[in-house]
Every structure is written in C-alpha cells, then in structure tokens.
Design a protein around this ligand. Structure first.
Ligand code: NAD
Length: 341
C-alpha cells in the first residue's frame, strides 16, 4: 500500500525543490501517495492566514509531511508558519544531521554530527516585554519535562542509529537554574543508557570552538532551543552550508521534514536552487517511516551525483538547474539495486 504523506511545496524556491524531491523519492522504491496542500504567501489572500486549518488537518491525518520553506513576513503581524506548525503539532524535537558529502569542497572532511534541538521552550517561547521604555526583558523557560523528553529523544536516536555518544550543550556555569535544570535532566536520562551510549557535556561557547577545531570528536549533540538553532547552523556550515542541510521536526503524533534553509526569494522560479537539503530531508523521512534501505539508496545516488560534479547546481560549482540535478539522481536510482525496504 502506498505511504500517504502531506506535501507542502512552500514559497519562493519551495515549489521547484518540492517537485525535484518528490521525483527522487518516487524513484526510491517506496510508493508514495502525496497529498499536496499549500501554505504561505500564496494562500494569504484566499484564507487570510498563511497556515489554513486544512493544512494542519492534512498533517494530523497523514502524520508525516515533507515541507518546502515558507517566507515569514517581517513585522506584519503574522507569526512564523514554521514556529506555529511546531507548536500546534507538538513537534518537540528538531533533528538536524550534518554529514560531510564527498566531492563537496569544505574546510573539513569526515564530519558526521547529529544536532538534536529542543523545539518548544527556552527564549524561543518569545515571552518578552518592555520593563521601562529603555529596558526590555525576555523570559527563558526551561522545564524538567521538556528537557528530559528531548534528552530521551537524543539517546533513543543514538541507540536506533548506532551512534555512540551524546553531548549535552549548555551554559549552566552562568545560568545555574535554567541551563542547570537542562543539564541535570540530561544527566538523569543518561543514567538509563549507561554502558550503552556514552554521555558528556560541554559549555556552549567551548562547544562552538571545539566544533570548528575538531568536529570529528562529536557525535549526537542535544541542546536547548536557542543554542540548538545557532549550533545547527554552525554544523551546516561545516559540511557545505544551507543548500545541503536537512532537518526534521518530530513529535509524538506527527513529523514534518524540511530543509534548514529558507525560501531564497531571489532565486524563485529560476530552476537554479539546490534541491539537496529537501531531498535529504526526504531521506530522513524514509528512515523515520522504517525504510532505511530506501533512504540509503537516495543518499548514495545523491552523493554519487555530487561527487561526479557534472550535473549539480551553481552553489556546488556546477551549472545544472534544479530539475537536471534531480534527473541525474533519478537516473542513478533507476540503475541502482532495488531497496528491500
Ligand atoms: P534563505 O535560506 O532563504 O537564503 C539565504 C541565501 O542562502 C540565499 O540567498 C541563497 O544564496 C542561499 N540558499 C538558501 N537555500 C538555497 C538552496 N536550496 N540552493 C541554493 N542556495 C540557497 O534565508 P533568508 O534569506 O534569511 O530567508 C528568506 C525567507 O525564508 C524569510 O522569509 C525567512 O523567514 C524564511 N525562512 C523559512 C524557513 C523555513 O521555512 N523553515 C527557514 C529559514 C528562513
């Protein structure tokens, strides 16, 4: 039976990337039935909101969605669709793998990090107010429940994916209560995995330095929301930048797979943008759906096309368009051995 998935093409470069990713995933050996629903700028006039209720209903019904980037209008009174989706659907874990791609010229080779970012609280809760006309305050909320939940997610992920170490990242030396609670929660969960997954912690500033000096020493990192946001972009930079950085937002009931990058409006409709991040987000979805062999096939075909370097987009040093890049991957998949699942 075909796997039903919600597909949200998104704004800007989103639709062309979504088309490319859909063609590649359809060639993965797994049958998909895509329910295409629009969100973002294109639906504002019709529904008065960039995130109509039927889009949320579609994700709730199908439980899994592949999503292109959505433009967040600055200062127009609309909350980010991305933040709203995460909060409304309870997508508490943001998973961002950062793995070196052969053939892609970067400062480092052999980077293989997984960033697990808490998605629901911390300074990202956006609780701010003016104390006086000249002083503003933002409230940082950290709870034991959310911290233990994300720590458990990181350890479970490590076990399920054969990873050997989890590093908790914090600033508990200064924020003794909030980050202290986060660290304490991670330590508590780590006890359940003693002997199975190694555990350590790093202060966030030191972590940033370590990642640019010796990223190969790290494996799975677990972080509160804000540090997770920053460190995951740092990790993306280590392996080739936004065009190749996939992501997933995972909750107890549903999961939304999306690239780290935004809608890059200046390239919209030009068949220029790199579909790698959305395709790799699709591979993450395949794994999440229990099809590791199909995910591996997609990742291998993509890596081979990049390593060959002939039919890749401008940002990877080529002159192929989005669709030609996808054609090259689909052709490779057609000749690769069939996936078992
Ligand atoms: P962006 O990621 O859209 O673009 C920054 C630059 O990165 C682009 O100008 C381009 O040079 C490059 N780039 C990004 N993706 C690329 C790709 N696939 N191929 C080739 N080059 C690529 O960031 P921005 O300009 O800060 O944001 C644009 C809009 O996207 C904003 O409205 C922002 O709110 C939104 N956004 C959405 C998401 C999301 O939907 N999850 C995430 C980030 C930003």
């Amino acid at each position: 039976m075909a796997q039903r998935v919600t597909l949200i093409p998104g704004d800007g470069i989103g639709p062309e990337l979504a088309e490319a990713a859909r063609r590649v995933l359809d060639a993965s050996g797994i049958a998909f039935e895509w329910e295409v629903v629009d969100a973002g700028e294109a639906v504002m006039a019709e529904y008065g909101t960039p995130l109509p209720e039927h889009v949320l209903e579609s994700i709730r019904r199908n439980r899994f969605a592949l999503k292109g980037p959505i433009t967040t209008p600055i200062g127009e009174g609309f909350r980010s669709v991305n933040v709203t989706l995460r909060q409304t659907l309870g997508l508490y874990a943001n998973l961002r793998p950062a793995r070196s791609i052969e053939g892609l010229e970067t400062r480092y080779q052999g980077v293989d990090l997984v960033i697990v970012r808490e998605n629901t609280e911390d300074l990202y809760a956006g609780i701010e107010h003016m104390v006086t006309p000249d002083a503003a305050e933002s409230i940082k909320i950290i709870t034991r429940a959310a911290s233990e939940r994300i720590a458990r997610f990181a350890f479970d992920y490590a076990v399920a994916n054969g990873r050997h170490k989890v590093t908790a990242v914090h600033k508990a030396n200064i924020m003794k209560l909030t980050d202290g609670l986060f660290l304490d929660s991670c330590r508590h969960v780590a006890e359940d995995f003693a002997g199975q997954v190694e555990f350590e912690d790093r202060i966030v500033d030191n972590m940033c330095m370590q990642l640019v000096q010796k990223p190969e020493l790290y494996d799975v990192l677990v972080l509160p929301n804000l540090y997770g946001d920053i460190v995951s972009d740092l990790a993306a930079g280590l392996v080739g930048g936004l065009g190749v950085a996939p992501g997933a937002n995972i909750g107890a009931e549903s999961a939304v797979f999306e690239p780290v990058h935004g809608s890059a409006p200046k390239y919209a409709g030009q068949n220029k943008a790199n579909p790698t991040a959305l395709i790799l987000s699709g591979a993450l979805m395949l794994r999440h759906l229990g099809h590791p062999a199909a995910a591996e096939r997609v990742e291998t075909a993509l890596r081979e096309v990049i390593a060959e370097g002939r039919r890749v987009t401008y940002d990877l040093g080529g002159d192929a368009g989005t669709s030609e890049f996808a054609d090259a991957i689909v052709e490779r998949l057609a000749t690769a051995p069939a996936a078992a699942g």
